[in-house]
Design a protein around this ligand. Structure first.
Ligand code: C2G
Length: 130
């Protein structure tokens, strides 16, 4: 089974590792679409701390991850799922229900987020420590 998931994965933390580990356990091959810098800018009005090449290299270095590619648009999920021949789409529970329309081409599974950690909270923590 081929599993696909998506995310920015900026300032990699334990929540990211947990979801990648659980996604990998659902199949044999884990493919990760790393959101591009431009996509993040369009979505949030700012760039990630780490650029897309570094974020892709970091995600690729995780043992659970088999392949990475650049996710250039949130609206291209159907195309990416077909292109990478994914059987299962995994998303964090913050996206619950948002991708159910893709269940005609793959299984859609939402996994619970890891509590009490996020890239935004980490940025605030670092700022407060300086
Ligand atoms: N995540 C998690 N627990 C956390 C934080 C994040 O399980 N405490 C999961 C998210 O639910 C997501 C993945 O880790 O599935 C990546 O999180 P982000 O980098 O925040 O990605 P996001 O902004 O959700 O990008 O097309 C998808 C979008 O680009 C999603």
């Amino acid at each position: 089974m081929r599993v696909i998931t998506f995310g920015t994965f900026d300032l990699l933390h334990i929540g990211h590792v947990n979801i990648l580990k659980r996604a990998k356990e659902l199949g044999d091959t884990l493919i990760v679409g790393v959101s591009s810098d431009a996509l993040n800018y369009r979505k949030k009005g700012r760039y990630p701390v780490y650029n897309q090449n570094d974020r892709m290299a970091i995600v690729k270095a995780i043992r659970y991850v088999d392949e990475v590619f650049l996710e250039e648009s949130l609206e291209l999920k159907r195309e990416y799922i077909l292109k990478y021949k994914a059987d299962i789409l995994v998303m964090g529970s913050d996206w619950e229900g948002k991708f159910d329309h893709l269940s005609d081409i793959c299984r859609v599974i939402y996994l619970p987020r890891t509590e009490n950690i996020s890239t935004s909270a980490t940025k605030i923590k670092i700022k407060d420590h300086l």
